[in-house]
Write a protein that binds this ligand. Structure first.
Ligand SMILES: Cc1cc2nc3c(=O)[nH]c(=O)nc-3n(C[C@H](O)[C@H](O)[C@H](O)COP(=O)(O)OP(=O)(O)OC[C@H]3O[C@@H](n4cnc5c(N)ncnc54)[C@H](O)[C@@H]3O)c2cc1C
Ligand SMILES: NC(=O)c1ccc[n+]([C@@H]2O[C@H](COP(=O)([O-])OP(=O)(O)OC[C@H]3O[C@@H](n4cnc5c(N)ncnc54)[C@H](O)[C@@H]3O)[C@@H](O)[C@H]2O)c1
Length: 528
């Protein structure tokens, strides 16, 4: 084992979309930044999550559009090989060379290996031996780095000392319920589902959250016989009507949707017989209502938890009681980790458990990067954050709605689910708003009644709802369900973040005949 030590102003652990952005922004005032990554630069999102999953859904969505447009014909089931080839292209064949050159171009120092906190401002990196790579499509265990087993050489350890700050952006890992027989059945996680090199004849999807509904939709589009098992309803974080509409649409695609039922046990004869000890035969799932389902594969999509188990948090004085739900690093709005003496530890993205999407994580990354750049930076050049003031605005960390606080995480977090129909929302649901004591009135509208919808397709199905704070007369939330509902969201986000008074919103005239005319209908329905 060799030991070397290097000092940087800032060390970022985790080179996913969030870590990359935090590192880039932190470097903007002349700070030297090391970015530590154990697998692929670009993280889960680029290779096993957002990007491949959206490509797997795209052909089916375009097919539905063509089928529903008078004058066009159903182009037929997607060409699976072509869809998988496009997926391979968008993940660059699980090669991160493109992202590495971006990192280098941004002036950051990439350190490959597994980073672990080892005391105040100290990160120990276990570096894979030369030739072991440390990149390439992973086996999906999320352990990161390749070691002794692959090359016969011991991994080296490198110490990185941070003069000022360490930023953790290690993401999250999937949860595997302890259902009898499940672990032994070699279940798919979202990694296998997004990186599969063939479409199984049949698939059981466990979990009715975002991964569950998106992957059920994608695999049904691609020709698998899909059964979706959800212990509650679908998309329980969204408005109830959204989950119901997605459920109806999935049934329309031939998915067997079972809600309100759990998996009691799983059996897979031949467990351990595959080349790498995995199970290979058909899998039989017994449900709590006594029904059984047999399928070629099983996908577990029952949520993710922050990745802190292998981070060495105990070395900086954080025990279990100092961590949040699922082991999250608890942060304030400037993304500083609570309970660490000296205030040098920051975190952003999935590891904080605040709002586990790429866009909210990157927003937090911009905040923490700017906080660190402003607090410790040496140059107030063109790229320095100014917040409208001369030079870096030190001392404003955490001030609501300044660039040094991730305020929108609480009030205006957004999400888009890329099913057919898409679901998009900003801010709280009606139930969440009421629980928070906000006096809201929900104004709901059938999108099919808008002229623009009838132009799009004769059978347009969609619904939208805004939440009006009746005291302040501003919008606090909105949900859209329909084709391309993701593209309708940002107008609502601007209205919520800008706290635009309804009387002023009245003057934001939506063009005719677009689906956005629903904005006029909302206001009219509310009495304007
Ligand atoms: C199937 C699926 C689809 C999704 N689709 C979307 C979508 O469409 N839109 C959206 O906004 N969100 C989507 N998400 C969520 C999104 O993927 C995450 O919110 C996002 O990847 C979080 O970014 P991150 O940088 O915090 O973590 P990650 O992307 O997980 O990156 C963390 C990085 O840190 C590295 N790492 C971890 N520990 C260490 C360590 N100790 N040392 C060194 N490196 C380490 C990892 O190798 C990884 O590269 C999806 C998630 C899934 C599972
Ligand atoms: N388009 C997007 O933005 C997108 C797409 C996919 C994933 N993501 C993110 O990735 C994360 C993970 O997604 P996910 O769908 O795995 O998690 P999720 O939390 O959205 O949903 C998990 C579902 O599994 C259920 N569940 C939990 N334990 C269970 C058990 N033991 N048995 C049966 N059901 C159980 C939950 O009730 C819930 O419905 C989420 O934070 C999500 O926001 C985002």
């Amino acid at each position: 084992m060799s030991l070397s030590e290097e000092t940087f102003d800032v060390v970022v652990i985790g080179g996913g979309p969030v870590g990359e952005n935090a590192a880039d922004r932190a470097s903007r005032t002349g700070l030297s930044v090391a970015l530590v990554e154990s697998e692929l630069v670009g993280g889960e999102c680029s290779y096993w999550a957002c990007m491949p999953s959206k490509v797997l859904l795209r052909a089916g969505a375009v097919r539905a559009l063509a089928r529903d447009t008078p004058g066009l014909r159903d182009p037929g089931a997607p060409d699976v090989a072509a869809v998988l080839a496009r997926r391979d292209e968008i993940t660059s064949g699980w090669d991160d060379a493109g992202q590495v050159s971006w990192v280098e171009g941004a002036g950051l120092t990439l350190v490959r290996g597994h980073g672990r906190l080892a005391g105040e401002r100290l990160v120990e990196v276990t570096v894979p031996p030369a030739g072991a790579g440390g990149t390439g499509a992973s086996d999906g265990d999320g352990a990161g780095g390749l070691g002794e087993a692959e090359t016969g050489e011991s991994p080296a350890t490198q110490l990185l000392r941070a003069r000022h700050a360490v930023i953790v952006a290690t993401g999250s890992v999937p949860v595997l319920p302890d259902t009898p027989g499940l672990a032994e059945a070699s279940p798919w996680s979202s990694r296998e589902a997004t990186a599969a090199d063939a479409v199984p004849e049949s698939l059981v999807v466990v979990g009715g959250g975002v991964v569950g509904v998106e992957m059920a939709n994608a695999y049904a589009d691609l020709g698998a016989q899909v059964t979706l098992v959800a212990r509650g309803g679908l998309l329980s974080n969204a408005e109830p009507f959204a989950g119901e509409m997605v459920g109806d649409a999935l049934r329309g695609l031939g998915v067997d949707v079972r809600t309100g039922v759990e998996v009691a046990s799983v059996e897979r004869p031949g467990a351990g017989s595959g080349a790498e000890g995995e199970a290979t035969g058909p899998v039989t799932v017994t449900l709590t209502d006594g029904d059984t389902i047999t399928a070629a594969e099983i996908l577990v999509a029952t949520g993710r938890v922050p990745r802190t188990a292998d981070l060495g948090v105990e070395s900086v004085g954080l025990d279990e009681s100092g961590l949040g739900r699922g082991g999250a690093l608890v942060v304030d709005d400037s993304m500083q980790v609570a309970g660490v003496t000296g205030g040098w530890l920051y975190a952003c993205g999935d590891v904080t458990g605040r709002a586990p999407t790429t866009h909210q994580g990157k927003y937090q990354a911009r905040v923490v990067g700017d906080v660190v750049a402003a607090r410790y930076g040496t140059e107030a050049g063109d790229r320095a954050p100014t917040d409208g003031e001369p030079g870096p605005a030190v001392g404003q960390e955490g001030r609501a709605w300044s660039r040094y606080a991730a305020t929108a995480d609480h009030t205006a977090s957004v999400q888009v689910v890329f099913t057919q129909p898409q679901v998009s929302w900003v801010g709280p649901t009606e139930r969440e708003a009421r629980a928070a004591g906000i006096p809201v009135e929900a104004v709901s509208y059938d999108l099919a009644w808008v002229a623009g919808a009838s132009v799009e397709t004769p059978g347009y199905t969609g619904r939208a709802q805004v939440l009006v704070d009746t005291q302040r007369r501003v919008l606090v939330g909105a949900t859209f369900v329909g084709p391309d509902a993701g593209e309708m969201l940002h107008a609502a986000t601007i209205a919520v973040v800008g706290e635009v008074p309804l009387d002023r919103l009245w003057h934001a005239v939506p063009a005719y005949p677009t689906v956005s005319e629903v904005w006029l209908r909302f206001l009219e329905s509310y009495g304007l």
